[in-house]
Design a protein around this ligand. Structure first.
Ligand code: NAD
Length: 487
């Protein structure tokens, strides 16, 4: 048990078919507290045998109590789970602070987002329907939207609650049964959520959770022949492996991968309105956000002003232990910190300037994985710092002249997840919205993924398929056409 939690769940056990139990191998792994590097809690090291059992339990659920619920009953149940999650938001935030190193206010926002997904998808369950189609005389043709069956969900450590909400929430709403594999770096809120759902009445086997490593549990899940759909959120390299595994079994896969998202500030922009969005979308969750606005493109007449005003904000940022609830907590691991420091090492001798850095608070534990937020200026668009995903609190400033250059730079990376455009010119807003190659465009705002109602996903190496909104419900179902000849 995680003894300090008011949510009574066994951190070192898996949830399979409504039963909490250890990994078949009896093995465990340890989670780390990124704020001080201490051991936090053991988790079960599930592997192929546990995945097998979880897939079977999900299959059984489809023909059991879960599969027999009407859409309206599923909806009421999901809404009830959402209410229970919201009631535990403070405790979930505390668990996330310990496990991910997320400042408490961010963890609380994530818990409430999870609750909101369940509210949204709970309300949507009985609004999904097919159509009747015009065809030949003597026929009636209709379409049915049916669940895929058993859906696999592989999630990363950076937003466990939000990603479970958007992926599992939509899959359950469509009537699928889920097997969920959280990241080995952060599992506690996922396990706590499963316990809350169980206590709120989710039938056995509708949601199964198998913790473990990506190479063991993750690979076994994505290659399992009993899976009917895979939803993966994580890195490009792992996404490609998961897609290959899905191809071998010929099952659909949704990939939500990384990004190098730009916010583009034109010379006619309202800088006062833009500033908080420019900075927050870069440093939120210590920059470990797939839709982080890691590139800030500024039209030359405003470049010096935007740099100075962002630098002022950066200088006021404070980094420290998650429980202190500052602007930034630590990054997830020593390894992640090393990756970010490698990128920052590229600055030396490159002509790129460090425009400003935030500060680490006095007394932050030396074992914590802290990185000072860093604003870099005059970064050439083709430089690795402007091309590759750093996944840390580092933003690059890039000057441009005119719309064509802004577009070329914005579209000129392997990624295409989100973009922000700041301009008062209505015609330019529309031109940019159409010409940007990405899954979401925000005009005079920036949503870092946006609300639960807004379809989200990428193009190019940012992935394919859409989560959030109604679009996700359709993605978690298959369309069947029924043609009836009645003469
Ligand atoms: P990762 O790909 O290493 O891990 C993600 C998940 O995949 C984890 O659960 C992991 O255990 C599992 N996994 C690892 N190897 C596997 C394998 N061989 N087969 C199956 N599963 C395996 O990613 P990460 O480093 O944990 O997360 C950071 C990355 O995720 C970043 O690149 C970020 O941009 C991306 N991300 C994207 C989104 C999005 O919505 N687009 C959201 C969050 C994170």
């Amino acid at each position: 048990m995680v003894m300090t939690s008011t949510i009574d769940f066994p951190s070192a056990q898996l949830l399979i078919g409504g039963q909490w139990r250890g990994a078949a191998s009896g093995q465990t792994l340890w989670l780390e507290n990124p704020s001080d590097g201490s051991e936090l809690a053991p988790i079960a090291r599930g592997d192929a045998a546990d995945i097998d059992a979880a897939v079977q339990a999900a299959r059984d659920a489809l023909s059991g109590e879960w599969g027999r619920l009407t859409a309206a009953e599923r909806g009421r149940l999901l809404s009830r789970i959402g209410i229970a999650v919201a009631a535990q938001a403070d405790e979930l935030a505390r668990l996330e602070a310990l496990d991910v190193g997320k400042p408490l206010k961010q963890g609380r926002a994530d818990a409430l987002a999870l609750a909101r997904y369940l509210e949204f998808y709970g309300g949507a369950c009985d609004k999904v329907h097919g159509e009747t189609l015009p065809y030949q005389p003597g026929y009636t043709v209709l379409t049915l939207r049916e669940p895929h069956g058993v859906t696999a969900h592989i999630v990363p450590w950076n937003y466990p609650m939000q990603i479970v909400g958007r992926s599992v929430g939509a899959a359950l709403a469509m009537g699928n049964a889920c097997v969920l594999k959280p990241a080995e770096e952060a599992c506690l809120t996922v396990l706590a959520f499963a316990r809350i759902a169980q206590q709120a009445g989710l039938p056995a086997g509708a949601l199964n959770v198998v913790t473990g490593t990506g190479e063991e549990a993750g690979a076994a899940l994505s290659a399992h022949p009993g899976i009917d759909h895979i939803s993966f959120t994580g890195s490009v390299a792992t996404g490609a492996l998961v897609q290959a595994a899905a191809a071998a079994n010929v099952v659909p896969v949704t990939l939500e991968l990384g990004g190098k998202s730009p916010q583009i500030v034109f010379a006619d922009a309202d800088v006062d309105a833009a500033l908080p969005f420019l900075v927050n979308a870069g440093i939120q969750n210590a920059g470990q956000t797939c839709s982080a606005a890691s590139r800030i493109l500024v039209e030359r007449p405003l470049y010096a002003q935007v740099m100075a005003r962002m630098a002022e904000r950066y200088a006021a940022l404070r980094v420290g232990p998650a429980m202190s609830d500052l602007d930034l907590g630590p990054v997830i691991s020593r390894r992640q910190r090393g990756l970010i420091e490698h990128f920052l090492g590229l600055v030396e001798g490159s002509g790129i300037a460090v425009a400003a850095q935030g500060a680490l608070v006095v007394g932050a534990p030396t074992g914590g994985h802290y990185v000072r937020p860093t604003l870099l200026a005059h970064v050439p668009p083709e430089h690795a710092l402007a091309q590759q995903e750093i996944f840390g609190p580092v933003q690059v400033l890039i000057p441009f002249d005119g719309e064509a250059e802004a577009l070329a730079i914005a579209n000129g990376t392997p990624f295409g997840l989100v973009a922000g455009v700041w301009t008062r010119d209505g015609a330019r807003q529309m031109r940019m919205a159409r010409a940007l190659r990405c899954g979401q465009v925000f005009i005079n705002n920036y949503g870092a993924g946006g609300g639960v109602e807004l379809p989200f996903g990428g193009v190019k190496h940012s992935g394919h398929g859409r989560e959030k909104g109604f679009e996700a419900l359709y993605g978690f179902g298959a369309l069947k056409t029924v043609a009836i000849h009645h003469g």
